[in-house]
Design a protein around this ligand. Structure first.
Ligand SMILES: *Cc1c(COP(=O)(O)O)cnc(C)c1O
Length: 394
C-alpha cells in the first residue's frame, strides 16, 4: 500500500510491511522457511555480502521476518526493526550493543525481572555499572546520570507496578548526558504508545505479549528511530545470533493483525473490572493507569492513547487472601505472561519477580500482596461474576 505512514493506525497494523506476492498473488505473507538463499552468480553473491540489497542467510535477514520488522517499525514510527528470538533477546541486543567495560546504565527500578537481574548479575562481569531509580520522578533519573552513562532504560507502564515514566522528560535527560533513551513498550503496545515520537531513540517489545496476542509464540522486536543506531544494533544482533525464525515471524504477523481489535476489547474489560474492584470492600489498593487514583494518571493521559489491559491490586488480608483469590478464579488462568486474548493472573513476588532480593523488591513497590491481572477479551460479565464469587470467599 502506498503512503503507509500517512494512514491510520489500524490500516498500518493490517498492511504495513505486507506485499502481495509478485509471483503467486498470495495476499498473506508466505513463510520463507529456508536457512539460505541461492545467488544468481559469483558477482551477485559478492554484491549481497558487499551491502547490496538481497537475502543471503536467514540469520542475516529473511523476507518473512522482514515483513514483520517493517510492520512494527511503521507502527512505532521508527526507521526499521530487528526481530529477535524472544523479548529478552531484544533486551540483550540493546544492552550488548551499547554497554561494555567502564560504561553505566540508568534504569527504572520496577523493571521486568530478567531485564534487571542480568544487569545486576551478569553485566558486572563485563565492567558495566547500573543504577536503578524510581523513574516516575525524572529528577531521580537526572541525579543518577554519570559521565559514562550510555543508556537510560525505562519501562512504562512498568511491570508489575504499572508505574509510569515521562518519556519526553527522560529523552531530554538522556540526550543532555550524551546517552540514548530506550523504552520497553511491551505493556502499552504500539497501539497505545509510541515512545520514538516522544523523543526515545530505541523502543523494544516482548511480542510474546500484546503484539502476538495469542499466547502461542515467544518473540521480541527492537525498533530504532535513527538509521545509524539501527545499523549498529543490526551488526551486533546478526553476529550474536538471537535472531528470529521465519515461522515464528509468520505467527506474529498473523497475531498482530488483530492488535487494535483485541486491545480495544481487553482495555474496555480492564476498565470495567478495575472500576468494580476499586469500589469493592475486599480490595486494599489498586493500580491501573485508567483510574484517577493512579499517581501518574495525568501523565498516562498525555503520553498514551489508552490505559491498556493490565493492572495490579492487593486484597485485604495480604498474601494469603491473594493466594485464595488466584487459586479459585475460573476465568483467568493462573499463569505468568500477559497481553493474550485470554485473561491471566499471577503473583509477581513468588513468580516473575522472585529473583529480585526482598529489600529491593519492596523498594520497587513489588509487595507480597500484589496480584497482577492481564484482562482478556472474554465476555465481561463472566470475568466480573467470577471475581465477585471468589472475593466472597475471602
Ligand atoms: C515478557 C516481558 C519481557 C521478556 O520477553 P520474553 O518474550 O519473555 O523474552 C520483557 N519486558 C517486559 C515488560 C515483559 O513483559
Amino acid at each position: 500500500m502506498k503512503d503507509i505512514n500517512k494512514r491510520g493506525m489500524d490500516t498500518k497494523i493490517i498492511h504495513a510491511g505486507q506485499h502481495i506476492d509478485p509471483t503467486t498473488g498470495a495476499v498473506a505473507t508466505p513463510i520463507y522457511q529456508t536457512s539460505t538463499f541461492a545467488f544468481r552468480d559469483a558477482d551477485h553473491g559478492a554484491a549481497c555480502f558487499g551491502g547490496e540489497p538481497g537475502y543471503k542467510y536467514t540469520r542475516l535477514g529473511n523476507p518473512t521476518t522482514e515483513a514483520l520488522e517493517d510492520n512494527i517499525a511503521a507502527l512505532e514510527g521508527g526507521c526499521g526493526g530487528l526481530g529477535a528470538a524472544s523479548g529478552m533477546a531484544a533486551v540483550n541486543m540493546v544492552y550488548l550493543t551499547y554497554l561494555g567495560m567502564g560504561t553505566h546504565i540508568v534504569a527504572t527500578e520496577s523493571l521486568y525481572g530478567p531485564s534487571r537481574m542480568i544487569l545486576e548479575n551478569e553485566y558486572p562481569r563485563f565492567g558495566v555499572e547500573s543504577s536503578f531509580v524510581d523513574s516516575t520522578n525524572p529528577e531521580n533519573v537526572a541525579a543518577a546520570m554519570k559521565e559514562n552513562t550510555k543508556l537510560v532504560y525505562i519501562e512504562t507502564p512498568a511491570n508489575p507496578t504499572l508505574s509510569m515514566t515521562d518519556v519526553e522528560a527522560c529523552a531530554k535527560i538522556a540526550h543532555d548526558g550524551g546517552a540514548l533513551l530506550v523504552v520497553d513498550n511491551t505493556f502499552a503496545s504500539p497501539y497505545l504508545q509510541n515512545p520514538l515520537l516522544q523523543g526515545a531513540d530505541i523502543v523494544l517489545h516482548s511480542m510474546t505479549k500484546f503484539i502476538n496476542g495469542h499466547t502461542d509464540v515467544v518473540a521480541g522486536m527492537v525498533v530504532a528511530k535513527d538509521p545509524d543506531v539501527l545499523a549498529r544494533l543490526r551488526t551486533v544482533h546478526y553476529n550474536i545470533g538471537g535472531t528470529m525464525d521465519p515461522h515464528q515471524a509468520w505467527l506474529v504477523l498473523r497475531g498482530v493483525k488483530s492488535l487494535g481489535l483485541r486491545m480495544d476489547r481487553a482495555q474496555e474489560n480492564a476498565m470495567k473490572l478495575a472500576t468494580f474492584l476499586e469500589n469493592h470492600e475486599k480490595i486494599e489498593w489498586i493500580r491501573y493507569p485508567g483510574l484517577e487514583s493512579h499517581p501518574q494518571y495525568e501523565l498516562g493521559k498525555r503520553q498514551m492513547r489508552g490505559p491498556g489491559a493490565v493492572f495490579s491490586f492487593g486484597v485485604k488480608g495480604g498474601l494469603e487472601a491473594g493466594k485464595t483469590l488466584i487459586n479459585n478464579v475460573e476465568v483467568p488462568a493462573l499463569a505468568v505472561s500477559l497481553g493474550g486474548i485470554e485473561s491471566l493472573i499471577e503473583h509477581p513476588a513468588s513468580m516473575t519477580h522472585a529473583s529480585i532480593p526482598l529489600e529491593e523488591r519492596l523498594k520497587a513497590e513489588i509487595t507480597d500482596d500484589l496480584v497482577r491481572i492481564a484482562v482478556g477479551c472474554e465476555t465481561y460479565e463472566d470475568i466480573e461474576k467470577d471475581m465477585a464469587r471468589v472475593l466472597e470467599m475471602i
